[in-house]
Design a protein around this ligand. Sequence first.
Ligand SMILES: C[S@@+](CC[C@H](N)C(=O)[O-])C[C@H]1O[C@@H](n2cnc3c(N)ncnc32)[C@H](O)[C@@H]1O
Length: 246
Amino acid sequence: MPREWDARTYDSLPLPHLGWGLRTLGRLPLRGDERVLDAGCGTGRDTEGLLDRLPSGRVVAVDGSVRMLDQLRERLACRLDRVDVVHADLTRPLPFDGTVDAVFSVAAFHWIEDHDALFASLASRMRAGARLVSDCGGRGNIAAVNAAVAEVRGAAPGGWEFAGVADTERRLAAAGFTDVEVRLRPDPARFEPGEQLESFLATVILGPDLDRLPAEEHEPFVKAVAARLAEPVVDYVRLEISAVRA
Ligand SMILES: C[S@@+](CC[C@H](N)C(=O)[O-])C[C@H]1O[C@@H](n2cnc3c(N)ncnc32)[C@H](O)[C@@H]1O
């Protein structure tokens, strides 16, 4: 299964994910009675937005982190009758019944290295004509942050897939998608220097590095990375996908 997340701290941060979520929701046409998969739903911020747009529909909320899903259950305590909460790895056969009418995803796909397996797994649960809309880190994402990390740890960080347009178009076609639209959008996010920036880096970006370090080295590692950034800015580049299951 994928790594665990500090879900409470995550929800307390000024997340650029909020804007990415709204933007992605705006790209998904809905009637209001569909069943939509929120792939890598995290703490359920956009699952809630989806429920608002689905007065007689349902959401299948899938994530690989137990703590993120616990936080989602708390957030949506009064609305869980219309949510199937599923703890699963998105690259594996998805353990829920039936198919979905759409797939929505924000800031999750780049955490998955095997996009061929990811798209095949999603396609297998989408009815013909179902739409996929997603946002994730794309080619060039957080290059300046990663350069700072490489200086501190003496090796380039890995574990993400920051895919480009052509690779993604090819992978989606191979998984059985048509009407494929993919684009890259530079979208830098500015933070207050000091605690806000460091907490964001530690919780959202440096998690895999910190998982490998003893607890007493976490704070110095994060501070060393933050100190190497020319500005308190995370140089995000978003990969936006819209595609239809053939
Ligand atoms: C940055 S969070 C985004 C969460 C939420 N969509 C949002 O915008 O706030 C990335 C999420 O992807 C999930 N994730 C990463 N790899 C996954 C995988 N292979 N299967 C399922 N979930 C995964 C993580 O557990 C995490 O909750």
